[in-house]
Design a protein around this ligand. Structure first.
Ligand code: PLP
Length: 404
């Protein structure tokens, strides 16, 4: 058979959360091993089920949701999204500014595909949620990473952002609350970022999919509420707070200087119509999700399941010699640092594979999140407390003798 070669558009594209390590875990499962998975932010399989009322809405509407809908999405869903943001102090938007996609993932790809010419740059955090980097590169642009500072509660380093702006920079990505660090940004920090976007005419891409998953009284401030003169594109969806990741429903809302973005908006409308529309039955969950009882609030109470698991995770990680972690203020992840000297670290993927082989525990290496050094890992704290305890005690045991 002649070789069938992948497109060279993929040469600079990487998405290692489901990469070689994930494949190795599946191979071990096929051999009959049970793997403790602390690697993917998928709430439902860990018993964090979607609110019953949104499941019911989908079922009830299924018989009448057989056709395509408007490319941007169902009126009722988009109206609910607009009203939700109005209640958060974001005005001047209407349903035409909202696009519903098959998850935020599809919309991230669309937002960058519609913007970037060859070698146009987007500022993306390091560490990041790696789809942003992959999507920028796939769109022909260039992901330029700005540093987030672990010693400053993982806040973005504003001087690094300023130093990396060039005439080719088109936009800046903020992930708040952050995956993988769990940081939640202050108003002061957000205002500084908005000011940088204003000064350099950058689009602010605000990925706020964890906006309702907050601990210790942390407050999330929507970036779009802080200006009406720059273009802000806000992303959110049903995957995390509403635990319905498999529904594949996300949205993106444009706000601020829409006049200046006329051409970009035409591009987005074209891309949106090219994929016809998002999954229709599941869009019926949006109105009730946003307007209904916010059951996520129970999970993030001090005694709530997510908070307890976060605390267990942080406590056990910090108890391992050579490991330290900042307490996440939001989202579902911890991003611990490993003492590179102590473990003689050179390759974090190797470390994750060694751990998988030895203890049947699956984590993700920090470099998969575009972190430059092989000295961090991401731990998902969705498993039950007992499973987290088992996994992290075994991780500690594994590290006792580990050296690369
Ligand atoms: N943005 C961030 C920061 C995420 O962590 C994720 C998923 O983990 C996504 C976007 C993608 O979400 P969706 O399920 O809506 O495609």
């Amino acid at each position: 058979m002649y070789p069938i070669i992948k497109s060279n558009k993929l040469d600079s594209v990487c998405y290692d959360i489901r990469g070689p390590v994930h494949k190795e875990a599946r191979r071990l499962e096929d051999e009959g091993h049970r793997i403790l998975k602390l690697n993917i932010g998928n709430p439902a399989p860990f018993g964090f089920e979607a609110p019953e009322e949104i499941v019911r809405d989908v079922i009830l509407n299924l018989p009448t949701a057989q056709g395509y809908c408007e490319s941007k999405g169902l009126f009722s869903a988009r109206k609910a999204i607009v009203q939700h943001y109005q209640s958060q102090g974001i005005f001047g938007v209407d349903i035409e500014d909202v696009y519903i996609g098959n998850g935020v993932s599809e919309l991230i790809m669309m937002a960058l595909q519609g913007l970037l010419n060859t070698d146009d740059e987007v500022l993306i955090p390091s560490p990041d949620y790696p789809l942003w980097t992959a999507a920028a590169n796939l769109a022909g642009g260039k992901a330029v990473h700005y540093h987030c500072d672990e010693e400053a509660d993982w806040f973005p380093d504003l001087d690094d952002i300023r130093a990396k702006i060039t005439p080719r920079t088109r936009g800046l990505v903020l992930i708040n609350p952050n995956n993988p660090t769990g940081a939640v940004y202050s108003r002061e920090l957000l205002l500084e970022v908005v000011e940088i976007c204003r000064q350099h005419s950058l689009i602010l891409f605000a990925d706020e999919i964890y906006d309702k998953i907050l601990y210790d009284g942390a407050v999330h401030i929507p970036a779009a509420s802080l200006s009406d003169d720059i273009l802000t594109v806000t992303f959110n969806g049903l995957s995390k707070a509403y635990r319905a990741a498999g529904f594949r429903v996300g949205w993106m809302m444009l706000s601020g200087n829409l006049k200046a973005a006329k051409s970009y908006i035409e591009g987005l409308e074209m891309l949106s119509s090219m994929r016809l529309c998002a999954n229709v039955p599941n869009q019926h969950a949006v109105q009730t999700a946003l307007g209904g009882y916010q059951s996520i609030n129970e999970l993030i109470l001090p005694s709530g399941r997510l908070t307890v698991q976060r605390d267990t995770c942080v406590e056990l990680l910090n108890a391992i010699p050579g490991v330290s972690v900042k307490k996440p203020k939001g989202a579902l992840y911890a991003f611990p640092k490993l003492d590179a000297k102590k473990f003689n670290l050179r390759d974090d993927e190797r470390l994750v594979l060694d751990l998988l082989k030895d203890k049947k525990i699956l984590l993700v290496q920090g470099t998969a999140f575009n972190w430059p050094a092989p000295d961090h890992l991401r731990v998902v704290f969705l498993p039950h407390k007992e499973d987290l305890q088992k996994a992290l005690l075994a991780f500690g045991e594994f590290l006792e003798t580990y050296s690369q």
